[in-house]
Design a protein around this ligand. Structure first.
Ligand SMILES: [Zn+2]
Length: 327
C-alpha cells in the first residue's frame, strides 16, 4: 500500500515536471538555422581536391551527428574548371538532406554591378546545382558580402529581381568572422605547426562565444525575445574542425536547430530593413529601421592582430597554392 502511494506520488511529480518543462521549452525555446556560404569552398585561396572533399565530408558528418538540416549557398564559379568535383560535392550535400541555395556564379557584389548583370550571374550560378537538385527547385539566395542594396530603391529592385527568379533572400542574424581566422589556421596546418593552429582555433571559438552573447542580448534588447536566428558560416578548414564545438555550444545555450523554411516563417523576417552600404547582418538593419536601441559600436570585432595574421597568411597561401589544379 505504502509502495503504491509512493509510486503515485512519483507519477504525479513526473507529470508535473514534464508539463512545466514542456511549457518552459515552448515559450522560451531558442531556435537557430545553420547556413553555409561558399559551398563547396570559400575561395580566398586554392586547396587541393583531396582537401575540398575532406572539408565538405567533415562538415556533413558533423551536421549529421547533430541531426541538423542546413542550407548551403553555392558558388559554382569557384570550381568552374572542375565541374565533376563540383557535381559530386553538391550531390553529397543534397543526399544528406540539406538545402542548396544560390550565392551567384562569380561571387560578385550587388553594390558594384548593374542589376541585369547581377541577375544573369545568379542564373549562371544555378546550372549544376539545378542538375543536382533535379525536380526540386532552388529556393534561396544569399548575396555575397551581404551586399543587399545601398539604398531602399536598390534593395527593392533586388527583391523584385529575385522574385522573378523564384528566389528568396536569406538574411543573417549571427556571424563570427570565420574567414579572418581560417587563413592563419590553414597556413599553420599546412606548415605542420599544430600548436599554433590550435591557438587560432581557440581564438576563433572564444570570439564566436563573444559574438553569440552580443547577438542574444541585442535581440532581447530589440524584440524582448530571442528571435529564431540564422547563423552564417563559410565552408573552410577551420569550420570543418570547429563545427562540432560551435554546435555543442549552441545546444548548451539552449538552442534547438531548425530548417531555414521554419525560421523564415517568423514575422520578424517580413519586417522592413534599413538599406546599408556595407555588408552587415540583419539585426543591425532592423534596429536602424526601428528604434535604434543597440549600441552597435560595442559589437565585438576580431583583434587587429587577427586581421594582420589573416592578411599575412592569405598572401603566403595564395603564392603556395597557385599551382594546385583545382580551380
Ligand atoms: Zn560568399
Amino acid at each position: 500500500m505504502l509502495i503504491m502511494k509512493l509510486v503515485n506520488i512519483l507519477v504525479v511529480a513526473c507529470a508535473y515536471f514534464t508539463n512545466t518543462h514542456a511549457i518552459a521549452s515552448t515559450s522560451h525555446q531558442k531556435k537557430v538555422s545553420i547556413t553555409f556560404d561558399d559551398v563547396p569552398i570559400h575561395g580566398e585561396f586554392t586547396l587541393s581536391e583531396q582537401s575540398l572533399r575532406k572539408i565538405n565530408h567533415q562538415l556533413l558528418d558533423t551536421l549529421e551527428k547533430h541531426n541538423i538540416k542546413a542550407t548551403g549557398f553555392v558558388n559554382e564559379g569557384h570550381l568552374k574548371n572542375n565541374p565533376k568535383l563540383l557535381r559530386t560535392l553538391l550531390s553529397d550535400w543534397k543526399m544528406r538532406g540539406h538545402q542548396l541555395g544560390n550565392h551567384t556564379f562569380s561571387h560578385i557584389s550587388y553594390h558594384q554591378s548593374e542589376l541585369k548583370i547581377y541577375l544573369e550571374d545568379i542564373k549562371k550560378g544555378a546550372v549544376i546545382t539545378q542538375e543536382v537538385l533535379g525536380q526540386k527547385k532552388q529556393k534561396y539566395f544569399r548575396p555575397p558580402y551581404l551586399h543587399a542594396g545601398e539604398t531602399n530603391e536598390s534593395q527593392h529592385l533586388l527583391h523584385n529581381g529575385l522574385k522573378m527568379l523564384n528566389l528568396e533572400l536569406v538574411p543573417v542574424t549571427m556571424e563570427n568572422a570565420d574567414y579572418i581566422y581560417d587563413a592563419p589556421y590553414t597556413k599553420k596546418l599546412t606548415s605542420k605547426e599544430i600548436n599554433a593552429a590550435k591557438n587560432y582555433k581557440e581564438q576563433y571559438l572564444a570570439f564566436t562565444e563573444q559574438r553569440l552573447d552580443f547577438y542574444e542580448s541585442a535581440s532581447l534588447n530589440m524584440f524582448e525575445t530571442n528571435i529564431p536566428h540564422i547563423l552564417m558560416l563559410h565552408v573552410n578548414q577551420l569550420n570543418a574542425d570547429s563545427l562540432d564545438d560551435i554546435l555543442t555550444s549552441l545546444k548548451s545555450r539552449g538552442y534547438q536547430f531548425q530548417t531555414i523554411d521554419k525560421t523564415l516563417k517568423h514575422p520578424i523576417y517580413t519586417q522592413p530593413t534599413q538599406a546599408f552600404k556595407f555588408g552587415i547582418h540583419w539585426l543591425f538593419r532592423w534596429d536602424k529601421s526601428r528604434d535604434n536601441k543597440v549600441r552597435w559600436a560595442t559589437e565585438p570585432e576580431p583583434s587587429s592582430d587577427a586581421f594582420t595574421a589573416h592578411n599575412r597568411a592569405i598572401t603566403i597561401l595564395k603564392k603556395e597554392t597557385s599551382h594546385v589544379p583545382v580551380d
